[in-house]
Design a protein around this ligand. Structure first.
Ligand SMILES: [Zn+2]
Length: 226
């Protein structure tokens, strides 16, 4: 089975648009798979963080509101994020759909998204990865101080790109990883049943090689659309 443009056939199913949400714990590899899907489906990958930064930088009316909230040191409220998403996905590059990463993160956000944009999603891809695998992936990696390149924890102590020192980022410390996982399990994981009940969930075993997982993603999407 070959992934084709969202405007064409997908796993034998013809679709005009492909609106996808990526769901999974930190370190589940959803970013990597999202980038692959974005290329094969020719739809943009929209990371909520990037989207908000872009809105602020472009000084759109919404972007200025977001900037004000951030400057006050507050969290951007859900309805404002959804307005920014609504504006972003109305742009021409989203004509064949989009891949949303980083939103919704809670049931409340999922419900709000459904209310404002009822047909906002076709498939939710859930990357199921055990806590042990997440810890091994994130707590087991080193980052170059100079250029930010990421390495598995191995014997080497210098970056092969720029020769800089490798160190363990605060975000990748085991205790930080466990804390982020705990927050994810408590607040975000309930969205798995939320979207399963709506018949939109493609549950993917997120452990294995990038190629194997990409294959499962493709099959998972086809199953939900069938
Ligand atoms: Zn480097």
């Amino acid at each position: 089975m070959k992934v084709s443009c969202a405007g064409g056939a997908y796993g034998g199913v013809r679709v005009k648009q492909m609106k996808i949400i990526l769901l999974g714990p930190p370190g589940s590899g959803k970013g990597t798979q999202g980038a692959e899907l974005s290329k094969s489906l020719h739809v943009p990958e929209i990371s909520t963080g990037d989207m908000l930064r872009q809105a602020v930088a472009e000084k759109t009316a919404l972007g200025q509101q977001v900037g004000d909230v951030i400057n006050q040191g507050c969290l951007v409220p859900d309805d404002l994020i959804i307005s920014v998403i609504e504006e972003r996905i109305s742009r021409s590059d989203c004509g064949h759909g989009f891949i949303l990463d980083g939103f919704p993160r809670t049931i409340e956000q999922g419900e709000a998204l459904e209310k404002v944009l009822p047909d906002s999603v076709d498939v939710v891809i859930y990357f199921n990865v055990s806590s042990e695998a997440v810890v091994a992936r994130l707590a087991g990696r080193l980052t170059c101080r100079k250029c930010g390149a990421v390495y598995p924890k191995v014997d080497t102590s210098l970056c092969s790109v720029c020769g800089g020192d490798l160190y363990q980022r605060e975000d990748d410390m085991t205790s930080t990883v466990l804390r982020r996982l705990e927050l994810y399990r408590e607040h975000t994981e309930p969205l798995v049943s939320f979207y399963r009940e709506k018949g939109k969930l493609a549950e993917i075993d997120g452990e294995g090689s990038v190629e194997d997982i990409a294959q499962r993603v493709e099959e998972g999407i086809a199953q939900v659309l069938a």
